[in-house]
Write a protein of this length. Structure first.
Length: 282
């Protein structure tokens, strides 16, 4: 069951942001996941050197109801052959090695995101986008490329959508939004000031707000009506711009295809019409 996976992904994503007492327990769990699944709170406390209260706080930080749910998610992780580790590119790597590392990281990022992406939140986001008269996609830097891709996809199925490369145009457009509009704000860190401003202005106008950020606590997801999250377990050297970008694109594809499937016949007609128009100009 997909819902009973993702414990190790969540833990790796938040480890550096935890309190020292929670981090001690988290580090032990990552090193001894099999033992953790077979432990009680008291046993984990003794083995990790953390208090039972810290274990409960850790579960809350990870967004699970309690230690039992965390164990179930970790057990689900252990039932798969996936490796919860990203590989860094090293100096003078061979071309074969680079191809393997980059591809494996991208694949792992999508797999990890599947384990933490809440289907109920995805459905809420799809409902908001389906009902919106206009959809605005906001992002800066690499996230703007995601926004442009989303705009292009939704435009092809005749959804009125917008995306602006200029940050000032993004904010200006956000101030004009109404209750029948929806915005998708994209920021891997969830702390991009321009994107946060767009979301705040959109909320003031009554528009529905959706965020796509890394998993964990961040400003953008805390302000959005529907916070969608991807994995954040890649290292700092990539600055969230490679495998996390693939995970963000995957979320956009999920939203796009979910919308298209709801109006399947109409969507197919629009897609075929645009395909034919492009072929005529080749």
């Amino acid at each position: 069951m997909e819902g009973m996976k993702g414990g190790l992904v969540r833990l790796r994503a938040l480890l550096d942001d935890l309190t020292p007492s929670e981090r001690k327990i988290g580090a032990y769990i990552l090193e001894h996941p099999q033992e953790t699944v077979q432990s009680s709170v008291a046993q984990l406390s003794e083995r990790s050197g953390g208090s039972p209260a810290a274990i409960i706080r850790l579960c809350k930080s990870l967004g699970v109801a309690g230690f039992q749910e965390l164990k179930l998610k970790i057990a689900g992780d252990l039932q798969t052959s996936e490796q919860y580790q990203y590989t860094e590119i090293r100096p003078q790597d061979s071309m074969e090695s680079i191809i393997q590392h980059v591809s494996s990281n991208n694949i792992q990022s999508v797999k990890d995101t599947v384990h933490i992406l809440d289907p109920r939140l995805v459905e809420q986001a799809v409902n908001l986008l389906h009902d919106a008269k206009r959809i605005f996609f906001y992002g800066v830097g690499a996230s703007n490329l995601i926004a442009l891709d989303a705009h292009y996809k939704f435009m092809r199925i005749n959804r009125t959508s917008f995306s602006f490369a200029d940050p000032h145009m993004q904010i200006s457009s956000a101030t004009t939004l109404r209750e029948d509009d929806a915005v998708v704000c994209i920021s891997y860190s969830g702390e991009t000031s321009n994107v946060i401003s767009c979301l705040k202005h959109a909320r003031e106008g009554g528009a529905a707000t959706i965020s796509i950020t890394k998993w964990g606590n961040n400003t953008l997801s805390s302000l959005a009506d529907v916070p969608l999250m991807i994995t954040s377990t890649e290292s700092d050297i990539r600055s969230g711009a490679t495998s996390s970008r693939i995970a963000q694109l995957n979320v956009i594809d999920i939203l796009y295809l979910a919308i298209a499937s709801r109006d399947y016949n109409q969507s197919v007609q629009y897609l075929e019409k645009s395909r034919q128009a492009i072929l005529e100009h080749k």
